[in-house]
Each structure stands twice: as structure tokens, then as C-alpha cells.
Design a protein. Structure first.
Length: 385
């Protein structure tokens, strides 16, 4: 049984979350609750699989056997009732790398790509870095829950080449429903838009909700899409840089793989492959324990905000271990708020503006940590109000 209450020191391990605090926040005296990795130990069965391989004295060139593809295909069937042909699985070192390769493979400089802010910053950064034009289709917020603005999307869709979808959505925590994805897909089909669906958070779903893979819709949308998966968020193995891109259309898949090889990104790494397979072959029991713990974390945070932090609104997450916090009721300028959180509450959160102008006045908090750390952070937040 996993011990998620264990506090594991991470300093001095070249850990982005902890060892870059001074660079990111100007001080090491913050509880880091920003970058989306967990403070929980990587599951023992993954570590054991890595140890077994490390008992062999050679770590030379390796390839991904058919078991790599099959492990993900079987996982998607068991967890999300999605049946895929393992042959549609392609590799990427990471989902963001996959976004970059897909952008280069299927669009040209000057092409338009739609994103739905507030959204994960690389969705803006990758297209702009390669001279594509980012078109914003902002989500609508009713004060409690976010939804897609389909009227705005219809207006902006003509002439667009690609739409990048966050499914589930980071940072607002929506697990998109089938009817929403069908409406989105219909608009994209009508305008010949390719959808790239980032589904890296698809395993972190809370009770009462479910993940709807884009590929579970009709075949037509599958043939004009690419879906991105990885065990990195679910099992805390982001440092092993191993992800998968699912492309049902054989022609598109060949174009993607050729582009990947053109940048010599196709090899991956041996230990990442082993961890990937172990996670998807053996990870269900551990994941159920994790989901129970994270659901408790959400309940702890929700209760605390209602009782002690009512001027700050917690947007209730349906998915992900990321809380989207609305500080606008405090009427404090963002720079001042950020400084208060760092120097008075000693908390390192993500500024909402990083996710687009629509995130102004918000903060993102990563609660994938022991409850003792979460409760300490919430108390610190209370003390600065």
C-alpha cells in the first residue's frame, strides 16, 4: 500500500520543483506548489522494473518492442473503454515535444492554430516559436465552471489549420463531456481543422466525472486528429521523457514519424520505455489509491477555502491535481498578490497570467503533496488574508 503521507526531501536531486525555487521565485523559502509533478514516490513496481534492467551491465541502443504499444492500448481499454489498434501508437520524448513535431508536420509558417485559454503555456509558445499565428478561443467562466465558447469558435474557425485541445483541461480542471467534444469536432470537421488533443492528465479524474478520449468519438474525427498520452503525470516519472502520440490516419502517422526522425527524436531512452510499460501494465491498483488520496486533498482544500478563505474562490476540479484559484475578490494587483504569496505566505504558485490574459487575477496550485504540506500551505494563505 502506498504511503502518500511520507514527506520525501527532494532538494539536491536536480529537481525543477525544488532546486529552481530561487531562480523562479527569487527565494528558496517557499513551499513549491507550481510545476505539475507530484511529491509522492514513484510506484515501487516501476522502480523494481528499472532495478531489474539495471542489473544488466549494458545500457546500449535500444528499441521499443510491440509491448510498448500494447501496454498503452490495454490501459486505454481498461481505464477508458477505448479500443485502439496498437499500430497507431507513435513515440515522443514528451507531450510538448509532440506538440512541436505535430505543428511542424501539419502546419506551415503563417498558418493559424486555435487554443482555448486560460491554458497550459506551451500551447501558445510552441506555435509562436515556429512562426504560426495563435488564435484565441477563450473559455467562458460563469463564476463556478468553465465551458467552451462554440459561437466564438465557429466565427474564428475558417482558415484555421489546427486546434490544440487540453483534455482534461489544464489549468481549469474540466473533464470535457462527450457532447462538448462532439460539438467541437463538428466545427473542426466543417472547417477541415486538425485537432491535437493533449490527454496527459486523463487518468486523474474525480468521482462523478469521466474522461472522454477524443478517439472515442466517430472515426472521421479520429482520422483528422492526434492524441497525446504519457504516464508521466499519473505515475510521477516525467524525468524519464517518454510519451506516446496516437495517430489513426496511416498517412498522417507516416508524416509525423518522418518529421520526428528528421529531428533525430525517435530513439527515446531505454529506462523510459521500461517505466512506461510497467506503469501501464501494473499501475491500476496504485492509481486507485492515488485517486482516493487526491480526492481527500480536494475535499480538504474545498473545506478550508469555504471556512477560512472565502474571498478566494476555488474552481472545483473535475480532473487533474491542479487547483485554479480566483483571487479577484481581493482586488489586489497581480504583481502585489504574487509578492505577498512569495514573501509573506511563502508559497510558490503559478501566476494565472502565464496561462493567458484570461488568467489575470488567478493562481494555479499543485496539491499533489502530503496532506501535512497542503494543510500548512492553506494555513499560510489564511494568515496573509
Amino acid at each position: 500500500m502506498a504511503n502518500f503521507d511520507s514527506i520525501i526531501p527532494r532538494e539536491g536531486t536536480s529537481c525543477v520543483k525544488y532546486d529552481l525555487r530561487n531562480q523562479v521565485f527569487g527565494t528558496e523559502e517557499v513551499v513549491p506548489m507550481w510545476v505539475a509533478d507530484m511529491d509522492f514516490a514513484t510506484p515501487e513496481f516501476i522502480l523494481q522494473a528499472l532495478h531489474r534492467r539495471l542489473n544488466h551491465p549494458l545500457l546500449g541502443y535500444s528499441f521499443r518492442a510491440q509491448e510498448f504499444n500494447e501496454s498503452l492500448a490495454n490501459w486505454l481499454f481498461r481505464r477508458h473503454a477505448l479500443s485502439i489498434d496498437p499500430q497507431i501508437v507513435s513515440f515522443s520524448p514528451g507531450v510538448v515535444t509532440g506538440l512541436m513535431v505535430l505543428t511542424l508536420a501539419f502546419t506551415n509558417p503563417g498558418d493559424k492554430i486555435i487554443v482555448q485559454p486560460p491554458v497550459y503555456p506551451p500551447f501558445f509558445e510552441v506555435p509562436r516559436a515556429h512562426e504560426r499565428i495563435v488564435i484565441n478561443n477563450p473559455l467562458k467562466f460563469d463564476g463556478e465552471r468553465y465551458s467552451m465558447d462554440f459561437d466564438d469558435l465557429r466565427e474564428k474557425a475558417p482558415g484555421v489549420r489546427m486546434l490544440i485541445l487540453s483534455n482534461p483541461h489544464n489549468p481549469v480542471g474540466r473533464a470535457w463531456e462527450r457532447r462538448e467534444l462532439e460539438q467541437l469536432s463538428e466545427i473542426c470537421i466543417q472547417n477541415d481543422i486538425m485537432i491535437v488533443s493533449d490527454e496527459i492528465h486523463s487518468d486523474i479524474i474525480f468521482p462523478g466525472y469521466r474522461h472522454t478520449p477524443l478517439l472515442s468519438l466517430d472515426k472521421e474525427i479520429g482520422m483528422r486528429s492526434a492524441s497525446c498520452f504519457a504516464p508521466s503525470k499519473t505515475f510521477n516519472i516525467a524525468g524519464l521523457s517518454t510519451s506516446a502520440i496516437l495517430i489513426p490516419d496511416p498517412q498522417k502517422r507516416k508524416i509525423y514519424n518522418d518529421t520526428l526522425e528528421r529531428f533525430h527524436l525517435q530513439m527515446g531512452n531505454l529506462l523510459g520505455n521500461i517505466a512506461f510499460e510497467a506503469a501501464y501494465n501494473q499501475g491500476e491498483d496504485w492509481l486507485e489509491e492515488l485517486l482516493d488520496y487526491l480526492h481527500q486533498s480536494v475535499r480538504i482544500a474545498t473545506h478550508y477555502f469555504e471556512e477560512h478563505l472565502s474571498p478566494i474562490h476555488l474552481v472545483q476540479p473535475e480532473a487533474t491535481y491542479l487547483l485554479w484559484l480566483d483571487f479577484r475578490g481581493l482586488h489586489i494587483p497581480d504583481d502585489e498578490l504574487h509578492a505577498h504569496l512569495i514573501h509573506k505566505a511563502h508559497l510558490g504558485l503559478n501566476r494565472g497570467e502565464e496561462f493567458g490574459i484570461e488568467g489575470k487575477g488567478f493562481m494555479r496550485m499543485n496539491i499533489a503533496c502530503p496532506h501535512a504540506i497542503l494543510e500548512k500551505a492553506l494555513e499560510s494563505l489564511k494568515n496573509i488574508l
